[in-house]
Design a protein around this ligand. Structure first.
Ligand SMILES: *Cc1c(COP(=O)(O)O)cnc(C)c1O
Length: 366
């Protein structure tokens, strides 16, 4: 977002604030939909569950990926029906399964035999996707460390589920968040080809392939434009999976670019020859994404001048609350405005109100 515009908004709304563009949500959804023609897009609510995002996506015809009872409550509040939702948490309590079933969700995920057992009482009501793990140490967040059956064991799990009378709809995977390598999806789909073949030979009828999320956005560096990024994935799907329902679970790609954070310098100090600037937002707030999501957000500032190594800290009394330990900045003054782009995904979602600082308010701008 343009710095002048941010200044005007801050004059009205103050800081810290996340300025939210519905148009950006719409544009991102449409861009991904046209980059992945025919693929059903389930927005991963965990990336940012702001109601304005869900409402805008619902208008666009999006579907929703929920993981928890709390996320079910949020989609309910937005009057999103269960037929639009998929439940993707691989590990659940029986009460979680029942909560989702009571709402009306029918498609679930499991990734091990203990989890299969939990579905036995509900086997006539549900369909399962089996989560396969795809290792991707290169990307920002590897989502296959914690969940997923190893590819070599996935068919056995499909078979086990089917033998137990569970309806298996297909395989799902997550190739890693902010995944800049489209061939990670192909790698996963290669495993799927083998598994789907074995399933067909075993008389198990699979109907869905779920390619997960992970689609990358621009932070400090530009990534491959989404249409180009998705092209090899489309080609592979068209070649080997043309008879299947293909679904994806984008989070970051949809909401990341749709929020811009505005903060002010509220204090400064020279400590042992290094300038410290204290901001009104830190790692317990929207910058929690720097801790959990390992993201580096593009910064805008008005002030010029010779840059020197500085430290930017958050407002809380905890010393871990440092946003930048070593950043080259011009001399800043108390009251200066800093803006950070691409702060819609995994930012406010993981923010807290630690130390009495409320979460940054979200201001819808269009
Ligand atoms: C977090 C998550 C997503 C969204 O991932 P992005 O990288 O934000 O696109 C999708 N599916 C599952 C199962 C997830 O846990």
């Amino acid at each position: 977002m343009d710095y002048k515009r941010i200044e005007q908004l801050v004059a009205v709304h103050g800081t810290p604030a996340l300025f939210f563009s519905r148009n950006r949500i719409r544009d991102n959804f449409r861009a991904l939909q046209s980059a992945l023609p025919g693929v059903e897009l389930f927005y991963a609510v965990k990336a940012n569950c702001h109601e304005g995002i869900l409402a805008t996506l619902q208008e666009e015809g999006a579907l929703f990926d929920v993981c928890t009872n709390g996320e079910i409550d949020i989609v309910k509040t937005c009057r999103i029906g269960p037929e639009l939702c998929l439940h993707t948490h691989p590990i659940k309590r029986d009460s979680d399964i029942r909560y989702a079933l009571d709402f009306g969700i029918r498609l679930f995920v499991a990734d091990n035999e203990f989890e299969l057992d939990k579905f036995l009482p509900y086997k006539d009501k549900i369909k399962l996707l089996i989560r396969m793990s795809i290792q991707n140490p290169q990307c920002l967040v590897n989502l296959s460390q914690k969940f997923g059956a190893p590819p070599a064991d996935t068919f056995a799990l499909v078979k086990k589920a089917a033998d137990a009378g569970l309806r298996v709809a297909g395989i799902c995977f997550h190739a890693g968040s902010q995944n800049e390598n489209p061939f990670k999806y192909i790698e996963a789909l290669e495993y799927c080809r083998d598994i789907y073949k074995k399933a067909a030979l075993a008389g198990i009828h699979l109907e869905i392939v779920d390619i997960g999320g992970g689609f990358p956005i621009d932070y400090l560096a530009r990534v491959t434009p989404i249409a180009q990024f998705c092209q090899p994935i489309n080609e592979y799907l068209a070649r080997y999976f043309s008879n299947y329902r293909i679904i994806a679970e984008p989070g970051r790609f949809i909401c990341g670019p749709a929020m811009t954070l505005a903060v002010r310098v509220v204090g400064k100090a020279l400590r042992e020859g290094v300038w410290w600037y204290y901001l009104d937002e830190g790692v317990y707030g929207s910058f929690s994404g720097k801790m959990y999501d390992h993201a580096e957000y593009p910064m805008q500032l008005a002030r010029g001048g010779e840059r020197r190594q500085s430290i930017c800290a958050g407002p809380t009394c905890d010393s871990i609350d440092v946003v930048y330990e070593n950043i080259a900045l011009p001399p800043l003054e108390i009251g200066d405005l800093l803006a950070f782009n691409a702060m819609g995904a995994y930012t406010t979602a993981s923010a807290s109100n630690f130390n009495g600082f409320p979460k940054a308010k979200i201001v819808t701008i269009d």
